[in-house]
Design a binder for this molecule. Structure first.
Ligand code: UDP
Length: 381
């Protein structure tokens, strides 16, 4: 099957990292078309995946855009759409991985007469999107997509609630290669030394810096934890959230936590960094569509605490393979962190169980087989 994958982002967020894994089995007969240049292209090239940047013009439409902004941007998209139609004729299928890719992919699917698959990595709700964007996404998916792949039950439910056709949507979780998440004790020791984290109880947060990812909740929780608890914040403001970054630094200074919070920026060695942590915290204040970091923590055999909403609730069973806390409640989070600090044996057993179940449930080979089966059965090529 020859696939034209489309993604709007130049930077590797969760949806892009997932796409990279899905595209691997088709790499000899597919193309990944991006709507922006950047580090995601470099990452795809490093992984020997065929990639083309289809436009470098910034698409002036955001998750909050209204109808007239959306209409204006459609005119601006014409050269890109024309290019995608041309490319699509050489492939059997268009696979849209993001919302803007869905818009372009839908029109291209119509003119190039190629089936369209939409991989839904978002919770299509008013918390995350404007009414106009919701309507556009739902209508295009209903009208043009042969198949919608939702990354969780939470994403599937929101799609249907917003008016999406329940007959075209299937759930497939993100896949991972468990062996990439096993690190040796000597590597961990070395990294802890480099980062000056020896002897500390380290809470790791791995996410782009954005208000709804809730790094401020972890910082507030830290102020209520014993002084040997330290946090590392791994990730960068991928989509221009510089004001939030400034606020986080201010919050750290106001609470006098300069020696207990490290901002490490975007990193590509996530398994190593997770291995150097004692606990991984997920603190999103709005429902998370899936939450790759939660599964990655489990695969690293690390205890994980996640905000109880959206896809995170499908991944974590409280007290069994991790902890769930109320989103936006630093005090509750501080309590879990303190429990993990004081009761390492219990949390180690939990983390070990979590690794075993996550290795099976999210195994990349099985997940890629599921996708291949869906493409063969549900899409008429
Ligand atoms: N990540 C990364 N480098 C960083 C921070 C995060 O590679 O500095 C990865 C992280 O390991 C995870 C992904 O980015 O695989 C984020 O996915 P998630 O589903 O947690 O959130 P999203 O970005 O999709 O909202």
């Amino acid at each position: 099957m020859r696939i034209l994958f489309l993604d709007q982002s130049g930077k590797p967020g969760g949806a892009e990292l997932c796409l990279m894994d899905i595209a691997k089995p088709y790499s000899d007969r597919s193309l990944i078309g991006l709507f922006a240049d950047g580090s995601f292209k470099d990452l795809l090239q490093q992984n020997h995946l065929p990639v083309e940047v289809l436009t470098t013009q910034k698409i002036k439409v955001s998750k909050e855009s209204n109808f007239s902004q959306g209409f204006k941007s459609l005119r601006q998209l014409l050269p890109l759409i024309t290019k995608v139609i041309k490319r699509a004729r050489k492939y059997d299928l268009i696979y849209a991985n993001t919302q803007k890719a869905l818009v372009v992919g839908s029109i291209a699917s119509f003119f190039a007469r190629r089936p369209l698959v939409y991989h839904l990595h978002d919770i299509l709700s008013k918390e995350h999107f404007s009414q106009t964007n919701l309507r556009i996404a739902i209508n295009l998916a209903n009208r043009f997509a042969s198949l919608v792949i939702a990354n969780s039950q939470a994403s599937q439910i929101a799609f249907i609630k917003a008016g999406g056709n329940p007959d075209i949507i299937e759930i497939v979780y993100n896949g991972f290669e468990p062996k990439l998440y096993q690190k040796s004790e000597s590597d961990i020791k070395q990294l802890k030394q480099q980062l000056e984290l020896e002897g500390k109880f380290v809470v790791g947060h791995f996410s782009r810096l954005a208000p709804w990812k809730g790094q401020h909740i972890l910082i507030a929780a830290l102020a209520q934890c014993p002084p040997d608890v330290t946090a590392i914040l791994v990730g960068d403001a991928l989509f221009g959230e510089q004001d939030y970054v400034k606020k986080l630094h201010q919050q750290v200074a106001e609470l006098g936590l300069e020696n207990r919070v490290k901002f490490l920026g975007f990193r590509s060695n996530i398994p190593q960094l997770m291995a150097a942590c004692d606990l991984i915290a997920h603190t999103s204040t709005a429902p998370e569509p899936f939450g790759r970091v939660i599964v990655e923590a489990m695969l690293c055999r690390k205890p994980v605490v996640a905000a109880k909403a959206g896809g995170a609730m499908e991944l974590v069973e409280h007290g069994m393979n991790g902890f769930l806390v109320t989103p936006g409640e630093p005090q509750e989070l501080a309590q879990v962190i303190t429990t993990c600090l004081q009761e390492p044996e219990i949390t180690a057993t939990m983390a070990s169980n979590a690794r075993n179940t996550a290795s099976q449930r999210f195994d990349m080979t099985t997940i890629n087989q599921q996708i291949n089966l869906l493409l063969s059965e549900k899409v008429n090529i």
